[in-house]
Design a protein around this ligand. Sequence first.
Ligand code: PMT
Length: 347
Amino acid sequence: MFELMAGGKIGHIALSDIADQMVIAPATANVIGKVANGIADDFLTTMIMATKVPVLFVPSMNTKMWESSIVQGNIEKLKENGYQFMEPTAGDLACGWQGKGRLPPIDDIVEQMEDIFTEKDYVDQRVLITAGPTVEAIDPVRCISNRSSGKMGYAIAKMAKRRGAEVVLITGITSLPPPRCDIRVIDVVTAQEMRAVVMEEQRRASVIIKAAAVADYRCKEENLQKIKKKNGKDEITLALTKNPDIIEELGRVIGDRVLVGFAAETEHVVEHARDKLQRKHLDLIVANDVSKSGIGFGADDNEVTIIDAAGGAVHVPRLSKDEIAEIILDEALKVAKKKKKTEEDWY
Ligand code: PMT
């Protein structure tokens, strides 16, 4: 512990000096108890005591130890002193018990670390995001859908939560892992279901971002039985009917809140997007060229042009969907502030 490092620095102090954040994972009842009571008698506890950066404890222990009033009291004391904690998850424990006490998944710990580093500029916002495809039944075994994976919408939900927003994610069927547990998720299948949930939830939202790929049409007739192959017929015709245009309906009620749409286009991308923005009374539209490979549907990256209601356009070159999500949220926040200011000036 006191061994000198290069330059004559003392190990536990030198390491605490270079850290931007400290994560104690797994944090045992022992280490929590020591720090809570001012004991610094080994490398870890001296390092924690010597730091001023954020410290995140990720407890993991037997469920009875976790529930013990002594451990809980120590955690309370540390929280009051600015230390941060994650809750252990429930399940099978190494000691053979079942219950709360498991170390959370590493991805969740990393997300919590990112959260600690992120400025909470969305703390006053309630953000509604739609993601993924809608699926319209043709019959009990077949459907009409599209290639949306949900990645773009999920990335926006994650980043909005990180920035402190209250987030509701309304999602079509995807194969993505569920987002972090403090995001409220509502699963839907069809465009009509999505419309019903969006119109109910929009009343509480201050920013609405519609990344979902909604089917414009569904089957006119509901086929309750599987459509059988017709002998001798090389073609059959499916009659389709129009689905509700959710974003158009939102445009009529959005008022001083912020409405962001997406435009998935394969040609004249910016022109078509501008037209949608105007017709549907959006504040911003995120135009993406879904004919390009490596971006758009299913990809981890995207390349977009964000167009505002005054005609301004920001081209964002190919970046990860997380990075694109950050830029969309930056632009949406600018609009939110502008609209709020206009409202204040009016009164
Ligand atoms: O999910 P990923 O694989 O990550 O891919 C991301 C994406 C390509 C799906 C996403 O970036 C995107 O472009 N989403 C919108 C797709 C789409 O349906 O575009 P559109 O041009 O058909 O619709 C325009 C806007 O109207 C969209 O905001 C859409 O959500 C909305 N809409 C469309 C039809 C409808 N009936 N109701 C709607 O609200």
